[in-house]
Design a protein around this ligand. Structure first.
Ligand SMILES: CC(C)(COP(=O)(O)OP(=O)(O)OC[C@H]1O[C@@H](n2cnc3c(N)ncnc32)[C@H](O)[C@@H]1OP(=O)(O)O)[C@@H](O)C(=O)NCCC(=O)NCCS
Length: 216
């Protein structure tokens, strides 16, 4: 049966769709497959652990036929997520995606190095924004208002759960995503030496703006 596309909670049957969406959007918003030998390292690092560890904050865009064609995933508490990632997630995938023995020598190893260092997610500048998120839609579903709809659902869930602010980390090269985040109320968070990424944040309440803790 077909119904209109709609945002709904993630369920375990969405696992393979989640994997595909992540792989097809992981390289600065585009397809990672031409550049990676085993692009499954992306969902293992940036998608599946969120659905497994914090399913109550995992939402998908359903195409109306039961297929997930976009998602928003995240955590309400980044330091607690990092602990759970190391203790409960990493042991499940470490053999398939081993840590590089020295400096990363291939694109796959660069991502595996991130997988094995979840503590990189905790920075003092991000403390006023305890939640963080990842959002991706398959190309055919982009630019149609569904990203905004996913974001609204996610922010509401955080706000209802008592979390005041959220951050995200994006590749600075992904300028279309930056335009989207600017449009849906995110602002830049300055961190020392960010490398090739940009940190953005916003309050979870509807009107956006900086979290109360940072208003002077
Ligand atoms: C980034 C992404 C999640 C945005 O979702 P989307 O469904 O395409 O965005 P929407 O259609 O909901 O757009 C919401 C608003 O942002 C604006 N916007 C979105 N993309 C934009 C762009 N490239 N340039 C300018 N504005 C843009 C829209 O005009 C819209 O504004 P309005 O509601 O005020 O009219 C989606 O395009 C995507 O998955 N891209 C590939 C993966 C990716 O880059 N993910 C983010 C990784 S950090």
């Amino acid at each position: 049966m077909t119904s209109p596309p709609a945002v709904r909670p993630y369920h375990p049957g969405d696992h393979d769709d989640l994997h595909e969406i992540c792989v097809r959007t992981a390289r600065d918003g585009g397809d990672s497959r031409p550049f990676h030998t085993d692009p499954g390292v992306f969902p293992a690092t940036f998608a599946t652990p969120y659905a497994e560890l914090e399913p109550e904050l995992a939402f998908v865009l359903d195409d109306g036929r039961g297929r997930a064609v976009g998602y928003i995933l995240g955590t309400a508490d980044t330091p607690a997520f990092v602990d759970a990632f190391r203790a409960r997630w990493l042991p499940r995938v470490a053999k398939r995606y081993p840590a590089p023995l020295g400096p990363a020598a291939t694109p796959d190893e660069e991502i595996a190095a991130l997988l094995h260092r979840p503590e990189r997610m905790v920075l003092p500048e991000l403390a006023p924004y305890p939640a963080h998120l990842h959002i991706d839609l398959l190309p055919a579903w982009q630019g149609r208002g569904f990203g905004r709809a996913l974001m609204r659902t996610f922010l509401r869930a955080l706000h209802t759960g008592g979390t005041a602010a959220v951050h995200l980390c994006m590749s600075t090269a992904n300028t279309p995503a930056r335009a989207f985040y600017d449009r849906v109320g995110f602002h830049e968070i300055q961190v020392p030496d960010p490398g090739p990424v940009t940190y953005l944040g916003r309050a979870t309440r509807e009107s956006g703006g900086p979290p109360a803790a940072t208003v002077s």
